[in-house]
Design a protein around this ligand. Structure first.
Ligand code: HEM
Length: 426
């Protein structure tokens, strides 16, 4: 059965630039906010349809939607041609879904419906789908099963094992990835379900992590589950030089990665019960920012630059040596920058051992941050920053990376072509 088109219900379109301007800052001394986390659902223009085609994939610089589902897949195919056919089918499906259109039926009334139907009647809700290739597309267990190993860019390294990583194999890695984002949870679910169905027989889902942002505080930086504003300092998308330098892959990645970006995705569990027992001042020292205002310690305004050299009356640094924002800052990382696009996650509760004898087991929240960041070169981005952070960050006593991976997200696609076509036809 054919679903209802979902575009008809939309009101008049208002330019996104207008929404960006509407978040204007009251104080001239504050740095303009970076865009992704700040433009919230409530300040959206009424047309929730985003273009799918373009020089870059959508869902990277797109102002952050309220919901996400990140999925990694294992490839079952024997031949590169089958993977290429899947990428064509996924590209076609994503082009439909992002415009609020159901997946087409085969035309045979006796066949399965083309679309599962649960998004019928919903507007597209700024749906985006962002696809990536994992290391396994290029070689698995040392075997170049698709003849693509020679096209693996130098920057596409294996993520090293970091201090403190407790990666669960079932939640780690994958040969292909898809991040679905949108402002309606059911629309996001529907899109991921459609993508999984289209992959049938060629790729099998390996892990999925969904996430969310607070949806009712327009014009403010969203708070993460630790209660802190998260996204205040981020790659400045209004600075084209910074975007070129830090976000999009240039000539160095080969034709298929030009205009693409590398995604590092890490579900990071936060021991929230432990965090909640900490005094406010300690929480603030850990992050390096005030909880209420989001201002760096020693500063008055949220977007005022953090002064890492400031000392108190005793000569001690105002922002602790091992505070999160000091270790993450471009100033202490040779200018390294990434575009963070993370979401809170909530997987219910799970059993953990107590931290002290008699080592009983108890239920704790299985929740945290689905950390997602994009960059031009992971060696100069996430790896550069996180290597030191993993060893020294005060926040580490509360957070544990439990899975994830590194995915090469190819450049965007023109109508009639499919994502990664330049790789499969190289
Ligand atoms: C559960 C884990 C994490 C939590 C709860 C967290 C939270 C925060 C918070 C509250 C801020 C300050 C607000 C802001 O400027 O956005 C911040 C800043 C930042 N975080 Fe994280 N973060 C986590 C993991 C990471 C990881 C894995 C990285 C990767 C390298 C990272 C990189 C950054 C960067 C680059 C900044 C901005 C620093 C600056 O320039 O001031 N964070 N984070």
């Amino acid at each position: 059965m054919k679903g209802f088109g979902r575009r008809g219900v939309l009101g008049a379109a208002v330019g996104l630039a207008g929404a960006v301007r509407a978040t204007g800052l009251a104080n001239a001394d504050e740095k303009p906010p970076s865009q992704p986390p700040l433009i919230k659902t409530a300040s959206l223009p009424p047309d929730p349809t985003l273009p799918f085609h373009g020089p870059n994939q959508n869902g990277i610089v797109t102002p952050m939607q309220a919901h996400t589902s990140f999925a990694a897949f294992d490839l079952l195919a024997d031949k590169a041609a089958d993977v290429a056919a899947l990428m064509r089918a996924w590209t076609d499906a994503a082009a439909q879904l992002t415009q609020g259109l159901p997946l087409a039926a085969s035309g045979d009334p006796a066949a399965m419906p083309g679309d599962s139907g649960e998004a019928d009647g919903l507007p597209p809700n700024r749906l985006t789908l962002t696809f990536g290739f994992g290391p396994g597309l290029f070689s698995a267990d040392g075997v170049d099963r698709y003849g693509l190993a020679r096209y693996r860019p130098e920057a596409f390294v294996d993520l090293p094992r970091f201090v403190g990583d407790q990666l669960v194999p079932e939640r780690t890695g994958g040969d292909l990835s898809v991040q679905v984002c949108g402002d309606d949870k059911q629309a996001v679910f529907h899109a991921l379900r459609a993508i999984m169905r289209v992959a049938d027989g060629v790729a099998r889902v390996r892990w999925v992590q969904s996430g969310f942002l607070p949806g009712s505080a327009p014009k403010t930086t969203p708070r993460n589950l630790m209660g802190f504003k998260d996204g205040t300092a981020n790659l400045d998308l209004s600075d084209p030089d910074a975007v070129t330098r830090h976000l999009w892959v240039g000539e160095e990645g080969g034709a298929w990665m030009r205009g693409g970006s590398y995604a590092v995705v890490r579900p990071i569990r936060i021991a929230l019960e432990h965090w909640d027992r900490m005094k406010l001042a300690f929480q603030e020292q850990t992050v390096g920012r005030e909880k209420a205002s989001g201002a760096a310690i020693g500063a008055k305004k949220e977007f005022a630059a953090a002064d890492l050299d400031a000392v108190d009356g005793d000569g001690n640094p105002m922002i602790a040596e091992n505070a999160h924002i000091r270790l993450a800052s471009p100033k202490t990382n040779d200018g390294a920058q990434i575009l963070r696009r993370g979401y809170g996650y909530d997987n219910g509760v799970s059993m953990v051992a107590e931290r002290w004898p008699p080592w009983r087991h108890q239920m704790e929240l299985d929740a945290g941050l689905l950390f997602v960041c994009y960059q031009r070169d992971p060696r100069a981005g996430f790896i550069r920053i996180f290597d030191r952070m993993a060893r020294f960050d005060m926040m580490n006593q509360f957070v544990t990376p439990v899975g994830g991976g590194l995915f090469a997200c190819p450049g965007g696609v023109a109508p009639g072509r499919y994502l990664g076509q330049n790789l499969f036809e190289a």
